[in-house]
Design a protein around this ligand. Structure first.
Ligand code: ATP
Ligand code: MG
Length: 379
């Protein structure tokens, strides 16, 4: 799927604004201020006219006076929200002291913001800009979510059809035991890839809904690292990348192992994806002892590679959902892996950060607090 960076237009361009007020002087003032700020402004002097204009061409922001003869602002808002799609951002203008119920009614009907009279010119301009940016970001996120679902369905469809073909191969009687085990290995690989895709989607949805939790238990580091290595060693071999591990002697860890593994998988998958043939990916794990003050001890997973690295300007944004860096777009994916990894680390009380690696490429550090007693320094 070809994706372009659509974020640049979110902040910079002026928007389509409809101003609705029955008081001509106010209408002219708002129109002048917002036109001056680079927006394309239309005006309506009553509720019915406003609704007709929205039908003709949908604005991004509606600035709506609450008290108007005929259809008042709250009724116009109710009719706007009753339509099937999301619609524009709506900012209500009230005289707070004279219309105390209007704020509550407007909020109930889905107003995005309020401005109270007397209107401050700078506040009006700033609030319209903020409403515009918020609306565009929400729409962008929606589009990206739809793109991602389409891509996920596509990615799952592919191994599914291969599995159907493999089932036919398995049915043939004249199969050597070697071929049979190779075919079974292939099935296992496909199943774990499909599981990874679906698990990623589940975590992303839960993180988005704010209902993601982890259940840390005392366990073994091997239970986290070894399945990751089993999954990625064949991938590394195929790509002719040297996958190395350095780990501490102390194997204890307090974590939600399956989820922490998922975070680690995403970072290792990236390192392998971006490291060219002949390169190296190194997973290093160590316990950092508690600081002399109240700093707790930490367990650190560092994934370093010999790939292109991350430009300084992208080191924050690559952790945003559905955001890819300059190298990422050409390499496929949804831009979710790091957001998920960071969400999982944060749920453990830790974080993921990125810097440059002594190997020449990127170095990601996933850190979680270690709460199993004092640790020795790097193993
Ligand atoms: N090891 C790395 N080397 C270079 N760039 C990287 C590396 N890891 C991540 N990136 C950059 O960070 C971006 C975000 O990574 P993330 O894992 O969130 O998304 P993705 O890999 O593009 O897609 P997904 O993980 O959803 O399949 C990538 O698109 C890429 O630009
Ligand atoms: Mg990724």
């Amino acid at each position: 799927m070809i994706k372009t960076d659509r974020t640049h237009c979110v902040r910079d361009a002026g928007g389509d604004v409809l101003v609705v007020d029955d008081f001509p002087d106010a209408l002219a003032l708002y129109e002048a201020l917002l036109t001056e700020d680079g927006h394309r402004v239309r005006t309506a002097s009553n509720g019915l006219d406003a609704l007709q204009q929205v039908e003709q061409s949908e604005p991004e922001v509606v600035l709506l006076d609450v008290s108007m003869p005929g259809l008042d602002g709250v009724e116009v808002l109710r009719r706007l929200r009753a339509r099937s799609h999301g619609g524009p951002a709506v900012m209500m203008i009230t005289a707070a002291r004279r219309e105390p119920d209007a704020i509550e009614a407007g909020l109930r009907e889905g107003a995005d913001a309020y401005l109270t009279k007397p209107i401050d010119a700078r506040e009006l301009v700033a609030r319209v800009r903020a409403a515009l940016v918020k609306l565009r970001l929400e729409r962008l996120l929606d589009t990206q979510r739809r793109d991602h679902i389409a891509m996920l369905v596509h990615d799952l469809r592919h191994p599914l059809s291969s599995l159907a073909l493999i089932a036919e191969v398995l049915e043939s009687e004249d199969m050597t035991p070697e071929t049979r085990s190779a075919v079974i290995e292939q099935i296992r690989g496909m199943v774990s890839e499909m599981t990874r895709l679906i698990d990623g989607m589940l975590v992303a949805t839960r993180l988005e809904a704010g209902i993601f939790t982890v259940e840390p238990r005392l366990g073994s580091l091997s239970d986290i690292i070894e399945p990751t290595l089993r999954m990625f060693t064949p991938v590394a071999a195929r790509r002719q990348v040297d996958l190395r591990v350095e780990r501490p002697a102390d194997d204890r860890v307090r974590a939600d192992s399956p989820k922490l593994r998922q975070a680690l998988d995403n970072i290792v998958a990236n390192a392998l994806k971006f490291t060219p043939k002949g390169g190296c990916v190194r997973l290093r794990v160590w316990h950092e002892p508690p600081g002399l003050t109240e700093l707790p001890g930490q367990l650190i997973f560092e994934i370093a590679d010999t790939g292109p690295g991350i430009p300084a300007g992208e080191r924050t944004t690559i952790f945003d959902r559905y955001r890819q860096g300059s190298k990422g777009r050409a390499a496929g994916g949804a831009g979710l892996g790091l957001a998920i990894a960071r969400g999982i680390a944060k749920a453990h009380g830790g974080d993921v950060s990125v810097g440059s690696s002594d190997l020449g490429g990127a170095a990601f550090r996933l850190t979680i607090p270690s709460s199993t007693g004092p640790r020795q320094a790097r193993a």
